[in-house]
Each structure stands twice: as C-alpha cells, then as structure tokens.
Design a protein around this ligand. Structure first.
Ligand SMILES: C[S@@+](CC[C@H](N)C(=O)[O-])C[C@H]1O[C@@H](n2cnc3c(N)ncnc32)[C@H](O)[C@@H]1O
Length: 304
C-alpha cells in the first residue's frame, strides 16, 4: 500500500494546482549544521521554487566520454546502494523524469517519485507511459514532504539536493518519513573534487592556451539552476543532524580537469573506458576527492 499523501499531490496537477504548489510552506526554523548554510538559506529563502524547471541543459551539446561515464556510474552505483528489495516502498525526492524510479520498480519495489516541476512531471509521465514500470508521481518539494511519518523503507535523492531551497529542512523531512530502520541514499556532485581543484589551479594556463574559455562558465562555478555547491564535509555536516552515515563512497575522478574530456574522446573507446574505470575505482574510498559523493545513512532517534 502506498502511503497517503497529506495533500492532494498524487497526480500531475492542472495549471491551477501549480499555484498551490508554489505557495508551499516556506522553510522556517532551520537548524544550521554549519554557519555558511544559514547564510545560504538567508540568501535564498525568499526565492520561489522553479515549477517550470526542465532538464534541457543538463546534458551539453558535446558529451565527452568522461561525462557519459560519470552519469552512468552515478546511476549504477546509486541504484546499487539503494538495493531495492521486493515490495519495499521507496521515495525518490527530486525524481526528474522518473527513469531511476522505473529501474527500482523493475526490482520489485513500489516507488513514489516526488518532483516540483510541472515540466518534469509531464516528462516523467511520458517516459513511464512507454515503460512497464509503475512509479507513483507526486508534485511536491523535499522541504515539505506530503507523506505521513515512517512511511518509507528507503528514500533516495540523486543529483538533486543542490537544487533545493533548503537541504537541511529536506533532511529533517526525509528522517520524518523514513521508517526507523529505513535508509537514505544520496548522491551529489562534489564541487571541491580533485578535478575541480586542479582545474582551478591550471585555469590561468588553460585560458592562455584557449582564450575563448574565458567567456564560458567554469565547471566549478555554481550553475544557474543550482542553489548550493556541495562537497563531502558539507554533506556530512548536513546529514548528521538527523542521520548516521553508514557508508560514504566516491564516484569518478578528474572531471573538470582541462582538456581531459577532449583527450579521452580521441582515444579508442576501450582505452578511454579502461582509464575511466581505473580512476573510478581509485575514487571509491576518497569521496572528498571524487567527482560525486555517494552516501548511505540511517535515521537517528534524536537530532544530535
Ligand atoms: C538535476 S535534476 C535530477 C533528477 C533526477 N534525480 C536524476 O538524477 O535524473 C534535479 C531535480 O530536482 C528537482 N527539485 C528542485 N528543487 C526541489 C525541491 N525543493 N524538492 C524536490 N525536488 C526539487 C528539480 O525540479 C529537478 O527535477
């Protein structure tokens, strides 16, 4: 049985209901794990949720092998960590097109995909109509989950938390809707990765060799649709308010290193893949250096 939403959000809303969603409770009473979080929240708490967000710009026009590999590994390892069991009830917060949720359904789980964007909900519905997986879609935000306490066996949030207005309010909400023995699995880009650190250091040289780069957004800068730049310590301090970290892993290495992607694209596929695989394995014990941080957490009874 799927948990009953506490608001009428189970179906893709008609235009009028979007206005209701836009008025979702503002994030108040925030417990800040680190002072900069409080500042970031203060800077952003008047913003509206982007109910028209779409993923048209997520994949660039040219996809180099390192980005393709990164996306695939992030998906594979996140789903592996979720380890969906038959009949388990799983919530995917910020589900986008619900592609990941559909894969969890194939393992026998019952999945709810939560998403604020009307555009993404339409895309998710389109995607699911071509698939045999049945993901229940709900419009809502992580900061105010429309579910009863202790509803879910697992909650996953992949590549999304840095888009949220209030990641710490979201943690509180995920802890609330998880069953006491439940698990939260998060994967998120690391903006203090080794690749980005080296990229920044080498930037003056890169810019000298390729002046047109100066006009482009640097990979380590905040993308326009992101609210935060996460890194491993920040994610750790965020989750520890409500969770104990059971596992932390790194995924992929050296994304953002100048010319790395174009170099890989000139190599035979087997060679570039072997290189990326090796670096990815090296990254596993070093989430603070890796391109993506993957964490599995369990709720603690009382906030620390
Ligand atoms: C980069 S997409 C990731 C989608 C999906 N998880 C994936 O990995 O393909 C980020 C998603 O988070 C959603 N989002 C933004 N703010 C949110 C919030 N406050 N609560 C829940 N989802 C949110 C966006 O609409 C978007 O679909």
């Amino acid at each position: 049985m799927l948990p009953e939403p506490s608001a009428d959000l189970t179906n893709i809303p008609a235009g009028r209901r979007l206005h209701e969603a836009a008025k979702l409770r503002p994030c108040v009473n925030l417990i800040s794990p680190r002072p900069e979080f409080q500042t970031m929240i203060q800077n952003h708490n008047t913003e509206k949720i982007d109910l028209e967000w779409n993923d048209d710009d997520v994949v660039p026009a040219v996809v180099y092998p390192n980005l393709d590999f990164l996306f695939q590994q992030m998906l594979r390892l996140t789903l592996k960590e979720v380890a969906a069991g038959h009949g388990e009830l799983i919530l995917d917060v910020g589900c986008g097109r619900a592609i990941d949720g559909a894969q969890l359904c194939e393992k026998g789980a019952q999945v709810v995909g939560l998403e604020p964007s009307r555009v993404m909900l339409v895309r998710a519905k389109e995607y699911l109509s071509q698939s045999s997986s049945r993901v229940a879609l709900a419009q809502g935000i992580g900061e105010n989950l429309p579910f009863k306490p202790h509803s879910f066996d697992k909650v996953m949030c992949k590549g999304a938390l840095d888009h949220f207005l209030s990641p710490d309010k979201t943690m509180e909400e995920i802890a609330r809707v998880l069953k006491p023995q439940g698990e939260m699995i998060i994967s998120i880009a690391n903006f203090n990765s080794l690749g980005f650190r080296l990229g920044k250091r080498l930037y003056p040289v890169t810019k000298f060799l390729s002046p047109s780069l100066a006009k482009e957004r640097k990979p380590w800068e905040l993308p326009p649709d992101h609210k935060y730049k996460f890194d491993y310590p920040l994610l750790g301090s965020l989750v520890k308010q409500h969770f104990e970290v059971k596992k932390a892993k790194g995924i992929s290495l050296f994304f953002g290193l100048p010319a790395w992607g174009s170099l890989l694209s000139r190599l035979p596929h087997s060679v570039s893949y072997a290189l990326l695989k090796t670096l990815d394995r090296l990254a596993r014990p070093f989430p603070s250096l890796a391109d993506v941080v993957l964490m599995k957490c369990i709720p603690v009874d009382e906030p620390k």
